[in-house]
Ligand binder design. Structure first.
Ligand code: GUN
Ligand code: ZN
Length: 433
């Protein structure tokens, strides 16, 4: 197959930048290029060098736009696309009033298939090329999402939610059916193309001890699957969990008891943690996931990024649609920056862009495949216009440094800044400029 050369300003990360001066952590090239063949990045570097390496390549000139690795969203709910921005309540009310009824509709495979197309379109139009997704409790919802991602050759980590209590019957499974359905989905999809499975007990409140036991069995039978759940998002949630699991030392201990906490585990929110929980997360290598727009929307609380980093913990960052209010990882960084400001913590813009690309890839254990523009990795690339709106253009014209320009993009950017998104080398938008 003919190769494609993308020309533009390239930015890729080699490690997490400590600050703006940490130039060893990234490579920025004014006239750069990314060469893509068969869904893989064949080369990246200066335009002159890359063009020389393959004179026959089809050149797409994206100058003056910026090329980066596709964004990675480490926590998002596929069956919540229809309830983003639902008014007025905190976590448990919000789940009961809006979320469970919306997820019940995903029992209908036709609805799930229609929504899977819309969901993947929304991801790529916002620059997200890899997502870690909760499906509904219905096997059909996971099948719909995996099928759609497979057709697009999109990297997707997803799982059927396991939940057998404290929700309407229409979204409940049983310990045995959740085990059987997860097992079938793993057999059918895990490791197929760019797809992989996340064992998905929703959270302690909606799983009986019997179901947690089943989730633990799945985790031990499939150690290469991720595990995703929620942890300590909201005070009422934590109190109810303590009532339901009276023997647990704390919330995390529920998951630890059933063998669900390892370096493959993603813990959505993780806001109100005890010292013991933080130490256990550090020891196991599990990953808290910061969900800024969701934490603000539900009034859940302020994620202690610096505190967790200080313990050597690697957190992911994510939209958490539908409690999150934007599909954009740029908007996620914007609100994340403000949450850290409220705690007198800093999110430097170079660290921010590292986080939504290489940083999240590291959290997923996938940095050899996604998150950079390195040769040999998968050709997921975004093309960004930091001057996408009149207001951004005015601001960026005043920017003297790369960091200043990126910061404006982080704070003011959204899907309007996405000129193009390449998934495994294939453009997802009709226009290429
Ligand atoms: N805790 C359990 N389920 C959910 C969910 O769907 N969204 C959020 N934000 N928290 C949860
Ligand atoms: Zn969530």
């Amino acid at each position: 197959m003919a190769s494609t050369l993308l020309r533009g300003r390239t930015l890729t990360f080699h490690s997490e930048p400590t600050d703006g001066e940490d130039t060893k952590a990234y490579t920025y090239i004014e006239d750069g290029a990314v060469l893509m063949a068969d869904g893989i990045i064949a080369a990246s570097g200066t335009y002159a060098d890359v063009a020389k390496s393959d004179p026959a390549a089809n050149v797409i000139d994206h100058r003056p736009h910026m090329l980066m690795a596709g964004f990675i969203d480490t926590h998002i709910h596929f069956p919540q696309v229809l309830i983003v921005a639902s008014w007025g309540s905190q976590l448990l009310d919000w789940l009961n009033s809006y979320t469970f009824p919306a997820e019940a509709e995903y029992a209908n495979a036709q609805h799930a298939r229609a929504m899977a197309g819309r969901f993947c379109d929304l991801l790529t139009s916002h620059g997200t090329t890899t997502a870690v997704a909760f499906c509904s409790s219905h096997k059909a919802s996971a099948e719909a999402l995996f099928s759609e991602a497979r057709v697009r050759d999109m990297r997707m980590i997803a799982g059927k939610t396991m939940m057998d209590r404290n929700a309407p019957d229409t979204v409940l499974d049983t310990p045995q059916s959740s085990y059987d359905d997860s097992k079938t989905l793993i057999a059918d999809w895990h490791g197929t193309g760019r797809l992989s499975y996340a064992i998905t007990p929703r959270f302690a409140i909606t799983s009986t001890p019997e179901q947690m036991e089943m989730a633990g069995t799945l985790a031990s039978e499939h150690p290469d699957c991720h595990i995703q759940t929620h942890l300590s998002e909201n005070h009422d949630e934590i109190a109810f969990t303590a009532e339901l699991y009276p023997k647990a030392r704390d919330y995390l201990d529920v998951y630890e008891t059933y063998g669900l906490v390892s370096d493959r585990t993603l813990l959505g929110h993780a806001i109100h943690l005890t010292g013991r929980e933080i130490d256990a997360i550090a020891e196991t290598g599990a990953h808290p996931v910061f969900c800024p727009t969701s934490n603000l929307f539900l009034g859940s609380g302020l994620f202690d990024d610096a505190g967790l980093r200080g313990k050597g913990i690697h957190s992911g960052i994510a939209t958490d649609i539908g409690a999150g209010t934007s599909y954009s990882m740029l908007q996620t960084l914007n609100e994340g920056y403000k949450i850290l400001q409220l705690q007198n913590q800093k999110l430097h813009t170079l660290r921010a862009f590292h986080w939504i690309t290489r940083g999240n890839a590291e959290v997923l254990g996938l940095v050899d495949r996604i998150g950079t523009l390195d040769a040999g990795t998968e050709a997921d690339v975004v093309v960004l216009d930091p001057k996408a709106t009149p207001a951004m253009s005015l601001r960026v014209d005043r920017a003297d440094t790369l960091a200043e320009e990126l910061f404006a993009l982080q704070m003011m950017g959204d899907d309007r800044s996405l000129v193009q998104t390449y998934v495994a080398g294939t453009p997802q938008k009709a226009s290429t400029q």
